[in-house]
Design a protein around this ligand. Sequence first.
Ligand SMILES: *[C@@H]1O[C@H](CO)[C@@H](O)[C@H](O)[C@H]1NC(C)=O
Ligand SMILES: *[C@@H]1O[C@H](CO)[C@@H](O)[C@H](O)[C@H]1NC(C)=O
Ligand SMILES: *[C@@H]1O[C@H](CO)[C@@H](O)[C@H](O)[C@H]1NC(C)=O
Ligand SMILES: *[C@@H]1O[C@H](CO)[C@@H](O)[C@H](O)[C@H]1NC(C)=O
Ligand SMILES: *[C@@H]1O[C@H](CO)[C@@H](O)[C@H](O)[C@H]1NC(C)=O
Ligand SMILES: *[C@@H]1O[C@H](CO)[C@@H](O)[C@H](O)[C@H]1NC(C)=O
Ligand SMILES: *[C@@H]1O[C@H](CO)[C@@H](O)[C@H](O)[C@H]1NC(C)=O
Ligand SMILES: *[C@@H]1O[C@H](CO)[C@@H](O)[C@H](O)[C@H]1NC(C)=O
Length: 474
Amino acid sequence: MTTSLRLSLLLAVGAFMAIAPAASQPPLQVIQRGVTPNGFRSSVKGWNSFGINANPHTTPSFSFSQTGVTSQCDVLATNTALRDAGYIYCSLDSGWSDGSNGDEYGRITYNSSIFDIPSLADHLHDEGLELGVYVVPGAFIADEAKTVHGTNVTIGSVCSGDSGLSRCNFDYSQRATQEWHDSVVNQFASWGVDLIKLDYVTPGSPDNSASLPSDSSGAVIAYHRAIAQSGRSMRLDISWKLDRSQEYFDIWESNADSMRTDQDINNSQQSTFVSWGTIQRAIENYRQYITTVMQYNTTTTIFPDMDNLFVGNPAAISGITDSERQTVMTHWLGAGSNLMVGSDLTNLDDFGLNLLTSSATVAIGEGTDRLPMQPRNPGTGNNSSQQLQAWIAGPDTSGAAIVVISNYGPDQGEGGFGTSLSGAQTVNVSWADLGISGTYSVHDAWANKDLGSHNSSFSLQLDEGQSVMYQLRR
Ligand SMILES: *[C@@H]1O[C@H](CO)[C@@H](O)[C@H](O)[C@H]1NC(C)=O
Ligand SMILES: *[C@@H]1O[C@H](CO)[C@@H](O)[C@H](O)[C@H]1NC(C)=O
Ligand SMILES: *[C@@H]1O[C@H](CO)[C@@H](O)[C@H](O)[C@H]1NC(C)=O
Ligand SMILES: *[C@@H]1O[C@H](CO)[C@@H](O)[C@H](O)[C@H]1NC(C)=O
Ligand SMILES: *[C@@H]1O[C@H](CO)[C@@H](O)[C@H](O)[C@H]1NC(C)=O
Ligand SMILES: *[C@@H]1O[C@H](CO)[C@@H](O)[C@H](O)[C@H]1NC(C)=O
Ligand SMILES: *[C@@H]1O[C@H](CO)[C@@H](O)[C@H](O)[C@H]1NC(C)=O
Ligand SMILES: *[C@@H]1O[C@H](CO)[C@@H](O)[C@H](O)[C@H]1NC(C)=O
């Protein structure tokens, strides 16, 4: 054997040994997000009324009315930290509109005993804020004899049946159906609406004791077209727990700006907003969502909506510990989810305000709006559900990435991982697990601390419910 052959064999063995541990981990496919169908590049930030409506004991002074909503949303304008961090949407959930019929053309209108929407929109716009309203598919059954605005067609001739929500089900192939949607959205535009939340869309939405039609995806297309013809910029947020098959995901992604990944997050009338088991479920739903849709295309054009963000109030009111609140913010931020706070804005604590508005929050959010995180299991780099989990967003072209490492604590029933490791756990995450290589400078976002250079792995102790969020740079 010649010297040079022996040398090249040695080099080959050396190279093999160096890369062998990495070879079994799947390569990282970076997920990117492009501009949404209605032209948005960032996820929506603001406040939504659902949380307090579902858990009124958390906020005894609140009434769902112009006064009550204004007292919450004014905080978005007067709290400079919230305003500067971009929390500008004031989104009304169900209950703002007249619940049994529309106006003389069957257009959705407000319950004038509790709201004056044009004046609410003016008030919010004067403060630099934006207004969101809530709708469900269909026109009112009680309006079937009315004529669609600008036509001679009755609503009943294109809308029939009963969805269980006082609404008939449209025939989306009819021109007058689109004209009804146009008339509704044009009226919203004239009032100054900036966001429409379309709930109970199927397939996906749980029946929740209604009798929903099996496919109301036509409503998503019709609202998108209606927004486009209205001449006003508006976001379309669709809900809840929508079907993730490629056929329907393609419809959601080409018409809406954000889509719900889980069922409702709330504590159903308790004196706290949320429970840890529900958060485990919400995180598991994001994991399923992102690992499914990245198989269709690693570039997406829709934001996930993980539902209301309950991190603003003290632990005794939020219903989860400070560590858990930090874990919630970490995951909503990592996903590039809608950041619609459901907390009582008049009772924020310093910890919650920092989670919502720190400079790291803003910087990470701008990154994950473009490059959302995906799971990479410690030890394998796979993407299954794990109690001890790692996630990565990016790296971008400059090499910047976000790494999240969590201990979700024992599975409380819907976490998907099914294990019950109790107490603090050591979590080891290698570069191969994350799908990266080379040297990074690492910053701990929540501790606001530089951790120096790292080139191979992280090993850390995490308590139940605890997460870290690291910013990696070349
Ligand atoms: C309007 O709101 C009031 C107060 O919540 C409620 O009692 C009434 O039923 C609502 N009206 C309609 C038509 O939804
Ligand atoms: C509605 O019907 C009337 C009477 O036939 C007709 O004059 C009018 O042009 C029609 N309007 C529309 C929008 O079709
Ligand atoms: C809370 O969420 C569940 C689904 O997780 C839903 O069925 C229930 O109706 C919600 N409760 C309220 C009060 O909205
Ligand atoms: C993936 O999505 C991007 C952005 O929407 C699009 O340009 C591209 O054609 C898609 N690729 C496939 C294979 O669908
Ligand atoms: C990781 O994924 C690979 C490929 O899907 C599979 O063969 C392997 O069994 C998985 N490992 C674990 C620990 O789940
Ligand atoms: C990721 O998840 C998807 C869907 O669950 C699965 O098909 C795929 O094999 C997984 N990839 C890896 C690398 O584990
Ligand atoms: C994690 O890493 C530490 C330090 O590198 C090591 O001592 C420990 O055995 C590892 N634990 C596991 C579970 O791999
Ligand atoms: C990785 O980091 C260790 C500890 O800082 C250092 O000793 C080592 O030289 C580094 N390796 C490379 C390839 O940079």
